[in-house]
Design a protein around this ligand. Structure first.
Ligand SMILES: [Cu+2]
Length: 461
């Protein structure tokens, strides 16, 4: 081609492109797609382009979304922007975090096995960062450990990662630079690689949900997580949301449902679902062979692990789904409150209130009253346990949501249905018959209360 011709064609091409592609795209960098809210986005299928392999059923990220990409010369191009964000963790509870593209966690990246993927990472944080692609097979120089595999990405710079998504499965991404700070501030995201063709160990499902398990240390009334915390986390969240702010998982009666979750907290989480049994069908290491699966209703997820579970939603209702550590279904609270069950405060409270008018008693009949109590909390405090169901306070917060199974849903309907109407005769009810006379006379007498012992060993000097 003549040099003159080339020049003319290049100019013509540029002017045509300018009408449809924005300036950053012409400069080689895809325009970042940002998100301004914590709603659960509808599953996203790329329009008319699936890259390698057959079309797939996209995942639904709880209170999250999948990042659109641009196809360029057969490569799927994504643009992640690491930046400070404000995440609404529950209605009225906003937290200053670090995340990607406007939210924490960052958007889910969904590709197909065999896809060539290029990810531009722009650092708008006040310090350097990197991204590690947890669980992926990739060239060593793309693994994202700052100092080991690459230079740190300085503030204000954009780095490019490029590799082929070789292994189908459930993965995540997070910084491998000042990790303690950056993960405590909410920097993480999901990565799903769909199988290229029918796979013997990967079922086709009707619904496919995904979320990350994360935790923060946020003092009641403050807006920014404490980043040096090792164990004293107090906000237990899924995708940086706490109940009642976590979307329900909705399923049509008989659907095969997959749920994928990864743990980026500093402790393990036994994830429990009521009403059905499931199997762990995969981890971040790959699909579990069918012969190695067993039924469960709870699966523990250790730190840095991912689990992919599947079940048939064959029992209609509103089923609880939660972490089985009961402190993880609570919001911010003091754990140094003494147990007062059985302590009789009658008369005492009034006397103390003469001196301290705001004095109140917590817990002499258990802590259930907290669910309905209208205690004045500092501004911007996570709900402690304020989810309300059709029959009153649910007394849960934190890592809790519901699995809503309905017969009358359409196949791709993800909207939150009204509470389950219990069919007559199928709900627990109050016993109204006569109470039998208690007969304690024949029971052995209780032992006298033990005398108070003086402490021995350390502390008694
Ligand atoms: Cu937990």
């Amino acid at each position: 081609m003549e040099r003159r011709d080339f020049f003319r064609k290049a100019v013509a091409g540029a002017s045509v492109a300018a009408a449809v592609v924005s300036r950053p795209a012409l400069a080689g960098l895809p325009e970042p797609v940002m998100r301004g809210n914590a709603d659960t986005a509808a599953p996203w299928l790329p329009p008319g382009v699936t890259g390698a392999g057959r079309p797939y059923r996209p995942v639904v990220t709880l209170n999250g979304w999948s990042l659109p990409f641009r196809m360029k010369d057969g490569v799927k191009e994504f643009h992640l922007v690491a930046e400070p964000v404000v995440r609404e963790m529950a209605p009225g509870f906003h937290v200053n975090m670090w995340g990607y593209n406007g939210q924490s966690p960052g958007p889910t990246i969904e590709v197909v096995e065999g896809d060539r993927v290029r990810i531009f990472v722009t650092n708008r944080l006040p310090e350097h960062t990197t991204i590690h692609w947890h669980g992926q097979r990739l060239p060593n120089g793309m693994d994202g450990v700052g100092g080991l595999n690459q230079k740190q990405i300085p503030a204000g710079k954009t780095y490019v990662y490029e590799f082929t998504a070789r292994r189908p499965g459930t993965f995540m991404y997070h910084p491998h630079a000042d990790e303690m700070t950056q993960m405590a501030m909410g920097m993480m995201g999901l990565w799903i690689t769909h199988p290229r063709q029918a796979h013997p160990e990967i079922a086709d499902v009707d619904r496919d949900y995904a979320f990350l398990i994360n935790a923060f240390d946020i003092d009641p009334g403050s807006y920014t997580p404490k980043v040096n915390t090792m164990l004293d986390f107090n906000i237990w969240s899924w995708n940086s949301r706490v109940f009642p702010g976590i979307s329900p998982l909705v399923a049509r009666l008989g659907d095969r449902v997959r749920v994928r979750f990864g743990n980026l907290t500093m402790t393990n989480h036994p994830i429990h679902i009521h009403g059905i049994e499931f199997e762990v069908t995969g981890t971040d290491g790959g699909p579990v062979p069918r012969t190695a699966r067993w039924p469960e209703v709870t699966t523990d997820v250790a730190v840095g692990q991912m689990r992919q579970i599947e079940f048939i939603a064959d029992e209609p209702g509103d089923w609880a789904m939660h972490c089985h550590k009961s402190h993880h279904t609570m919001g911010a609270m003091g754990h140094d409150v003494p147990t007062l069950i059985g302590v009789d405060h009658r008369g005492l409270v009034q006397r103390i209130q003469k001196l301290i008018p705001d004095y109140m008693v917590m817990g002499e009949r258990g802590m259930a009253d907290m669910g309905e109590m209208e205690m004045e909390l500092p501004e911007n405090t996570a709900p402690m346990m304020t989810g309300t169901g059709p029959y009153g306070a649910i007394e849960m917060g934190g890592m809790f949501t519901t699995l809503k199974v309905r017969a009358d849903l359409k196949p791709d309907d993800y909207s939150d249905p009204p509470w389950y109407p219990q069919p007559p005769g199928t709900q627990s009810f109050e016993y109204a018959g006569p109470a039998p006379a208690a007969d304690r006379a024949s029971a052995p007498a209780a032992e006298p209360a033990a005398s108070v012992r003086k402490p021995t060993g350390h502390g008694a000097h």
